[in-house]
Design a protein around this ligand. Sequence first.
Ligand SMILES: O=C(CO)[C@H](O)[C@H](O)COP(=O)(O)O
Length: 227
Amino acid sequence: MNQDQLKQLVGQKAVEFVKDGMYVGLGTGSTVKFMVDALGERVQKEHLNIVGVSTSERTAAQAKSLGIPMKSVDDVDHLDLTIDGADEISADFQGVKGGGAALLWEKIVAINTDKVMWIVDESKMVDQLGAFGLPVEVIPYGSKHVFDKMAARGYNPVFRKVDGEFVRTDSNNYLIDLHINPITDPHALAEDLIHMVGVVEHGLFLDMVNTVIVGHENGPEVIQARP
Ligand SMILES: O=C(CO)[C@H](O)[C@H](O)COP(=O)(O)O
């Protein structure tokens, strides 16, 4: 099985956990895209009655095109389940997210959700976080100074650009990817980053995930990370 097939496998497995009446957070990324396809199929074929809350404009457009009823996070009291991808998951189930530039909305949706599920192919499971650059969303104004402060701390920052242009998030911010490998104390790093003026949010998703579905050659593995 190639990586895309593993992503599809976990996407299809994840939607088995979606029940009638749920408010469901829909993550962002190539793995989630497969999941949203599978969810759309359940909505159409089984008339599954759910409301989706998206973590990006991209996912919202896909979900709407498949007939999944959608609401904004501000129009719901809470969410029952959020299904999202991840860039890295450590052995103690801490995560790095934001490779797809959606970390801010993803974290807002996740913290307002009863149960958070991450779906990944097995390449994302690591002993320690850090090989994947840690995305940090920053306000454009003053971002050069934030960048310099990160560099001075030895975080090896790189502005995310495509064709020489700054990547903009759905909130119109910039992203700085940090190259710290390994991240030995994610909680201390998270604490430092969130107190830097100009940082909106970082891609460390700590003590947050309840269930992880990992795609292996021989099938999906459902891991209970936290109750
Ligand atoms: O955090 C994310 C987007 O901001 C994605 O969930 C993460 O990048 C994984 O993406 P993919 O499923 O394409 O590997």
